[in-house]
Design a protein around this ligand. Structure first.
Ligand SMILES: [Zn+2]
Length: 714
């Protein structure tokens, strides 16, 4: 059986190559992805003018892969049928260079044609049925194998040709990591040689052979990344490849390794779809930053709808585009608009993006060289997603995180995401509190890092099955963090709860309630979650603030009465040790909050963080509505971003209109001894009086339409 350690020397380690000198230059990105019949039909000068008007300083242009937009000499590199003798890509590159833009070429290797399939059958992906895979959307094309010679040889030649001809600053690679598991001879042989196993048809994370596949695929892809990067840098040492990759707990390539390899990373979450809050774009920014640190991260946004029906030539409402992009900017991402097709079928987005980019350009000084100063970190764990969640990772893993995320946004608590492979002091100690939202799969070493974090004064808030499994998703007899929680896992009791409640207790000694119950003073009981673990206290927990009212029937209505009025079974375990505080909920409070959005659970989650963190927050914002609040330090300033999510379409887009939120009072903690020189509202383009008392600056923001940035010069 393979483990992450078997491969990590191959994919981890500092990027051996030099960071390209241009990497910190861009702030606003434009992407024009041409379609095959664009050459001769679209107007390149219109686009060059639009890049100038939007003050875009970096661009990504279609070069090759599925379709070549330059006169390629490489066999089977399919030139656009409309290209003729022209060089559309080269002309655009020259135009963008005149605008002093950073120029990145776009390639997409995921599909090819019949002639390639006949000459090189080994290039084509094979399905579980043993047949070559026709492309699902373009029937004249074939899906390519990502892990074999098509990418390793053919696409390497394509990249070398593009770099030799145009000396671009980088090559962005879309859809490079395969379209599902490939069962071609090459993949099966390579997998067998590496692991001794046959490629599995099933997709069960608890099957060791499938675990091997998860690692082996990553090993191949990181090898491919390094190969491409090395080959383009041989031609232009000041360039790099930028594979389209990355994400949260459910993403498939190790984010820690990506963070080490990539000098810049582009997040491809273009818009929301289905039931989704707008803060998902901000979440992506936090996830990317968790392993990229101060390296640039960029958020691609689509001007069109992103529903599964893929109306790629559509246009979103102005309000939806504005809030989605604002969430990315407020969470540290450079904006990157993407447009497919040089011919514009619906121009309504043009003014919207130009407005957003012009405003971004005015605020640019405050959007560079910034460090978040949030004191709360939320851990995410890809190994928990892969080996504990498996096929159900979105319900068993991600929904816990989403519940916390929503609660923290509602509570206006700034926070960052933290990768579970980066729990060392250098990464963890800038946070006073770490949240572990059902981080089920943790190694002994990770548990030890968390113990050390607590010994150094850090606080933890954990839920449900956190640390009950090892890093391979194998269940432990007891929690890996049993000593920190102060409880032991009792095993095989009933987990499901139905119509169960929580009693809110008063400490009989003091006649007071615990601060965990703040805001619930008039509530004798509230709803419980849907699943709980049976645990046993291993130390005294006197007067638990929440106790269990067990499940009782919910029908017939005559039978709906509690069979047990009161138990002494605690539903939260709170510990203090020096500066450190540990909160453990043995039930799925976070997941239930995401499903049910019960305001009482939201208060418990907020209070748990406030109690555990036990210090003045870096920023307080009071006023009506839902705001995503982030707070940043730059070399000579502080900024507070306020994104107004208050909208009837908050939980399901698209926004129809922006609705201004009323007056907000903010209080910001300045660095010790610092004095504010000036306070500006960058969106309203207005100065505010400096009101400072001690280390706290207060300001009143009269109204926020979409995204206000309070900039405090020090
Ligand atoms: Zn293959």
């Amino acid at each position: 059986m393979l483990a992450i350690g078997d491969f990590s020397p191959l994919w981890a380690g500092e990027n051996l190559e030099k960071t390209p000198s241009w990497i910190d230059r861009p702030t606003r990105w434009a992407q024009l992805t041409l379609v095959e019949d664009d050459p001769g039909k679209f107007d390149p000068n219109f686009w060059l003018d639009y890049f100038r008007r939007t003050r875009s300083d970096a661009v990504c242009l279609s070069a090759g892969g599925c379709v070549a937009y330059y006169p390629t000499k490489i066999p089977f590199h399919h030139r656009s049928q409309w290209l003729g003798e022209s060089d559309v890509f080269g002309d655009l590159v020259a135009g963008c260079r005149k605008l002093d833009m950073v120029v990145v070429a776009r390639t997409d290797p995921h599909a090819t044609y019949d002639d390639a399939c006949q000459a090189h059958p080994e290039w084509i992906a094979v399905g579980a049925d043993g047949k070559k895979r026709p492309h699902w959307a373009s029937p004249e094309m074939w899906v390519t194998c990502a892990l074999g010679p098509y990418n390793f040889e053919f696409m390497t030649e394509v990249k070398k040709e593009i770099m030799s001809r145009y000396k671009v600053d980088g090559i962005f690679i879309n859809r490079w990591d395969g379209s599902g598991t490939c069962y071609c001879d090459n993949c099966r042989e390579l997998f067998k040689a590496a692991t001794g196993s046959d490629l599995q048809r099933a997709n069960d994370a608890r099957d060791p052979a499938h675990r091997d596949y998860i690692f082996w695929r990553q090993k191949r892809l990181f090898e491919l990344w390094r190969l491409w990067d090395a080959e383009v840098r041989k031609i232009n040492p000041d360039s790099c490849v930028i594979p389209n990759t990355g994400g949260g707990a459910t993403s498939s390539l190790d984010m820690k390794a990506i963070g080490e390899l990539a000098p810049i990373l582009i997040a491809d979450r273009q818009a929301r779809r289905g039931l989704a809050p707008p803060w998902l774009n901000g979440k992506t920014g936090k996830e990317y930053r968790s392993t990229m640190g101060a390296k640039p991260i960029v958020g691609i946004f689509s001007v069109g709808l992103e529903e599964p029906y893929r109306w790629k030539d559509s246009v979103q409402t102005e309000a939806e585009i504005r809030i989605w992009v604002a969430e990315g900017i407020a969470n540290g991402m450079q904006p990157w608009f993407t447009k497919f097709s040089g011919v514009i079928h619906d121009p309504r987005w043009l003014k919207v993006v130009a407005d957003i980019y012009q405003r971004h350009s005015r605020a640019e000084k405050y959007l560079r060289r910034q460090t978040p100063i949030a004191r709360v970190g939320m851990v995410y764990s890809q190994q928990t997603g892969w080996f504990y969640g498996g096929n159900q990772a979105s319900e068993k893993v991600e929904d816990h995180t989403l519940g916390w995320y929503q609660a923290l946004v509602e509570a206006r608590i700034p926070f960052e995401m933290v990768h579970d492979q980066l729990l060392d002091a250098a990464h963890a100690d800038r946070f006073k509190t770490l949240i572990l939202p059902n981080i089920a799969a943790l190694s002994d070493a990770q548990c030890e890092e968390l113990r050390a974090y607590v010994r150094r004064g850090g606080s933890l808030v954990a839920t449900y099955e956190t640390s009950l499994y090892n890093e391979r998703g194998e269940k432990r007899k007891d929690f890996g963090l049993a000593d920190l929680f102060g409880v032991a896992f009792k095993g095989s009791g009933e987990r499901q709860m139905h119509n169960s409640y929580l009693r809110l207790e008063t400490d009989p000694a003091t006649g007071k309630r615990h601060p965990l119950l703040a805001g619930l003073e008039d509530a004798p009981r509230i709803i419980n979650g849907t699943q709980r673990l049976e645990v046993e206290a291993r130390r005294p927990f006197p007067h638990p603030p929440l106790t269990l009212i067990p499940s009782y029937p919910d029908l017939p209505m005559e039978k709906v009465y509690p069979r047990v009025e009161k138990t002494d079974i605690a539903e939260v375990y709170l510990r203090e040790s020096g500066q450190s505080r540990v909160v453990y909920f043995p039930w799925d409070i976070d997941r239930t909050f995401w499903e049910v959005l019960c305001a009482d659970h939201g208060k418990l989650l907020q209070n748990a963080i406030t109690w555990a963190t036990n210090e003045d927050p870096p920023v307080r914002v009071t006023g009506p509505g839902v705001l995503d609040v982030t707070v940043w330090r730059q070399p000579a300033s502080l900024t507070v971003h306020l994104v107004n999510l208050t909208n009837p379409m908050m939980m399901k887009g698209p926004f129809r209109e922006l609705i201004p939120v009323a007056e907000q009072k903010i209080s910001v903690r300045l660095p010790e001894g610092a004095h504010a020189k000036s306070v500006q509202l960058l969106a309203a383009e207005k100065s505010l009086p400096v009101e400072q008392e001690g280390d706290y600056l207060t300001a009143t923001v009269p109204s926020i339409l979409d995204h206000e940035i309070v900039a405090i010069d020090l």
